[in-house]
Design a protein around this ligand. Structure first.
Ligand code: HSE
Length: 402
């Protein structure tokens, strides 16, 4: 039997306890021995909870318990999670976490500590919730050089964009409704401004290329500027607007988070509601896509428990994860290129045509929208686009993945 401790008994932490209780027998078979939760650390009280007797407010009771071999960290946020995780590793315990802020900020350092001590630091649930993506990148796709990763990495924004598309509703209206139903946080900034997706693409890019990607270096835009008019034009182009976290190797690695027009023939087009999907292109495998629930109590807990099982199977053996602390110098965002969908006032039609008329230029019309002129540019770098756009009063612009 192996004893584990959990820090953070919120949605995911209590999900981990529930999954271990529910699937006790099958988990024991897969891990090779029974897994039991011995202690749970949380500053809050949970009167009447089935795990009430296991609760403590003092993390030392977990860190200093020699019977506890694995710590599950489901607190979220960088501090104090970082101190606790480091303490756990220094006390000879493997750590399994769902905490993307912690992994994006300190992943390489915590992996190095785990390696030095023949322990494991595992984080399957930090990206894509219940979708297996970390283990595939680290173990299954290792014959490939990764050429591109493109993901719908945030369920809240995908839900909002899907609803705007289905109902022709404005962003604010859908956000308010999503908050009322508990799908969106009261403070939705991390989701709607793209910060959550940014941390996730930073983790995936670090793993894909084996070096540290600092999320502060990734150009990030959210969905707050998207209107129902943009959605109407997207439909006219047989496309949908998706918040994509992406990284692409074109000489250097270019990474960004932004709303992007995705056409109906792309597999990411059909990923709707709170679902996430990660599309990966390898140089020998070609294209592969991972799809599922990117958040939620049990899907996320399922990924954490799969890490716990892996840690049990690899007691005293470090599972090698290539992610050095050496910083990956990303290509300059201004040099990255795409087509742009642009809307300007009708009065600027001629000026827009003069500036952007080139291969690939295409006028776009959407039913019922008047008083403005919309078009798709040819492929331009960010720098080229920005220089031309300076001469127009752009109403909105969205990059296109086609
Ligand atoms: N807020 C995140 C989302 C939760 O909406 O996808 C999972 O990280």
């Amino acid at each position: 039997m192996i004893a584990i401790g959990i820090i953070g008994y919120g949605t995911v932490g209590s999900g981990v306890y529930e999954v271990i209780q529910t699937n006790r027998e099958s988990i024991a078979k897969r891990a090779g021995e029974e897994i039991t939760v011995k202690r749970i650390c949380d500053l809050r009280d949970f009167p009447g909870d089935p795990a009430e007797a296991l609760l403590t407010k003092d993390f030392k009771e977990l860190a200093e318990d020699p019977e506890i071999r694995i710590i599950v960290e489901t607190m979220g946020g960088v501090q104090p999670a970082y101190d606790y995780v480091k303490m756990a590793l220094e006390h000879g315990k493997s750590v399994c976490t769902s905490n993307k802020e912690l992994v994006a900020r300190h992943g390489s350092e915590l992996l190095a500590i785990a390696k030095e001590r023949s322990l494991n630091f595992l984080f399957e649930a930090s990206v894509g919730g219940g979708i297996p993506i970390i283990r595939p990148l680290n173990q299954a796709l290792t014959a490939d050089e990764i050429v591109e990763i493109k993901g719908i990495l945030n369920g809240t924004t995908n839900y909002i964009l899907t609803k705007m598309t289905r109902e022709g509703a404005e962003y604010e209206e859908v956000l308010r409704e999503a908050q009322e139903k508990g799908y969106a946080e009261r403070n939705p900034e991390a989701d709607v401004e793209g910060h959550d997706a940014c941390r996730k693409i930073a983790i995936l890019t670090s793993l894909a290329y084996g070096s540290q990607v600092d999320y502060e270096d990734i150009h990030t835009e959210g969905i707050t500027q998207i209107t129902k008019t943009d959605i109407a034009y997207a439909k006219a182009m047989d496309a949908a607007i998706k918040l994509l976290g992406s990284s692409k190797r074109q000489g250097k690695i270019y990474a960004q988070v932004a709303p992007v027009l995705v056409r109906s023939d792309h597999p990411l087009y059909g990923v709707n509601d709170v679902f996430n999907a990660i599309f990966v292109k390898g140089n020998v495998l070609g294209e592969v896509m991972f799809y599922g629930r990117g958040a939620g109590k049990l899907p996320t807990a399922s990924a954490v428990v799969s890490d716990v099982i892996d840690a049990v199977k690899h007691k005293n053996t470090n599972i090698m994860t290539l992610w050095s602390s050496k910083k990956l110098e990303l290509g300059c965002f201004e040099d990255s290129a795409s087509r742009f969908f642009v809307r300007v006032p009708e009065s600027e039609r001629k000026q827009a045509q003069k500036l952007f008329q080139a291969d690939g230029f295409q006028e776009i019309k959407a039913e019922g929208i008047t008083g403005e002129y919309a078009f798709l540019t040819g492929v331009l770098t960010e720098r080229e686009y920005a220089k031309k756009a300076e001469e127009l009063s752009v109403l909105n612009r969205i990059r296109a993945a086609f």
